[in-house]
Design a protein around this ligand. Structure first.
Ligand code: SF4
Length: 92
């Protein structure tokens, strides 16, 4: 089971990561907590913080693409204003 420490650490990491790129985290606390909980759960269960909004193939090599931050997030944030999970948001 994902513990609170993992969630707290992930949230800290996400904040730092967003800041470094000039993004912000979802301002809806409930949605934010859901994504963080999903990431923490995957980290605890699989040892990797797989995206909670994408399907794992089960192939470790392939699934590297969906480890948060996934290979898609920069394009998604640039094109849609947020990543698929709505964890990271652009500020403009
Ligand atoms: S969609 Fe967002 S939350 Fe999901 S892996 Fe990519 S960056 Fe992380």
């Amino acid at each position: 089971m994902a513990d609170d420490t993992t969630e707290t650490e992930l949230l800290k990491w996400a904040r730092r990561y967003a800041k470094k790129h000039g993004w912000v985290l979802n301002t809806d606390e409930k949605q934010l907590a859901t994504v963080i909980r999903g990431l923490a759960r995957n980290k605890t269960r699989f040892g990797r913080q797989y995206c909670p909004c994408r399907l794992r193939s089960g192939d470790e090599e392939k699934d590297r693409a969906i480890e948060c931050p996934c290979v898609y997030h920069k394009d998604e944030i640039a094109n849609d204003g947020s990543c698929h999970c709505k964890l990271f948001f652009s500020t403009h």
